[in-house]
Design a protein around this ligand. Structure first.
Ligand SMILES: [Zn+2]
Length: 303
């Protein structure tokens, strides 16, 4: 059987200058599989992390600084999820979720955002490596989906009219495929961070948002539809749509044995001995990728 064309693990930027809009479309396949394969998450947690990683890729790929980092992290209270972290840097995504298995077992099969996070908050942090700038915004997790919270972040914290859509599906072989669309209204252009306090109506944006809202979750997550086709489907009647850079996406983790050893060196020798197994090694797992780092408890951190 001939393999049909697939468009996976890629982010595509585009701009509609006549409407003062910019956008990103992304699709994740094997990269997502690699993140999920490091853990054995139940379906509801897997779907949540897939959505979070898609959002990280959508938002992260808008960073102009190629070494800049986008981090999403939740704060939760009395929900299934204790911690969700994911980040994006230079086309690499990674993430993990700590959850309470008992609470998940008691939750419905498709838990609401409130069941997942309780009184939850989503923090979105931008670290611009070249200038050393860092800015962060926090929004409550009180909508229907994580994507909705991300959209609220841009509308409330950054005051940029924005639209965020994510679709998640499984292919015939059971692999998770995720796709996303992110549209923003930037009437002052992309340079600077001008605010829109003085503007009350955005007719150009209403048009772009109305078109963007027609994008189906099934289209976003269909690997047979190239990202350019998605953009064309939405905006083919616009006079000028510019396709910008395309970024390959991958699962990337920055854990190293040296880093783990430097963290452990902050503990006293006695504490390290208590953490060690019978062979004298402290077994540390990277929370993101589950790589195991055995560190000798007796190692002299100064050596
Ligand atoms: Zn790792």
């Amino acid at each position: 059987m001939q393999q049909s064309t697939t468009d996976l693990d890629r982010a595509l930027g585009f701009a509609i200058p006549s409407r003062s809009a910019r956008g990103r479309v992304v699709r994740l396949g094997p990269a997502l599989d690699r993140v999920l394969a490091a853990h054995a998450y139940p379906p509801a947690i897997e779907a949540l992390l897939a959505e979070a990683l898609t959002l990280a890729a959508l938002i992260g790929s808008t960073l102009k600084d190629p070494t800049g980092q986008l981090t999403m992290q939740t704060r939760t209270e009395n929900g299934v999820v204790q911690l969700l972290v994911c980040d994006y840097r230079g086309g690499e995504v990674r993430g993990y979720i700590d959850y309470d298995a008992d609470r998940l077992a008691a939750a419905p099969e498709q838990p609401t955002l409130f069941a997942l996070f309780g009184q939850g908050y989503l923090a979105i942090t931008f670290d611009l490596a070249t200038t050393g700038e860092r800015y962060q915004g926090i929004v409550p997790l009180d909508g229907e989906t994580l994507s909705e919270a991300a959209q609220t972040y841009f509308v409330q914290s950054e005051q940029i009219p924005s639209l965020v859509r994510v679709g998640i599906a499984r292919d015939g072989e059971g692999h998770t495929i995720a796709g996303g669309l992110f549209l923003q209204h930037l009437p002052e252009g992309e340079v600077g961070r001008e605010r829109l306090h003085t503007r009350l109506d955005h007719p150009e944006w209403e048009h772009v948002a109305a078109l963007g809202s027609t994008m189906g979750a099934d289209e976003l997550a269909d690997p047979a539809l190239p990202l350019e086709t998605l953009v064309w489907r939405l905006f083919n009647e616009e006079p000028d749509v510019r396709v910008l850079a395309s970024t390959p996406l991958s699962r990337g983790c920055r854990c190293t044995g040296d880093y783990i050893a430097s963290v452990l060196s902050k503990f006293s020798v006695e504490e390290r001995r208590e953490m060690a197994d019978e062979d004298g090694f402290i077994q540390v797992d990277c929370a993101f990728c589950a790589t195991k780092f055995p560190v000798p408890a007796e190692a002299d951190p100064v050596a």
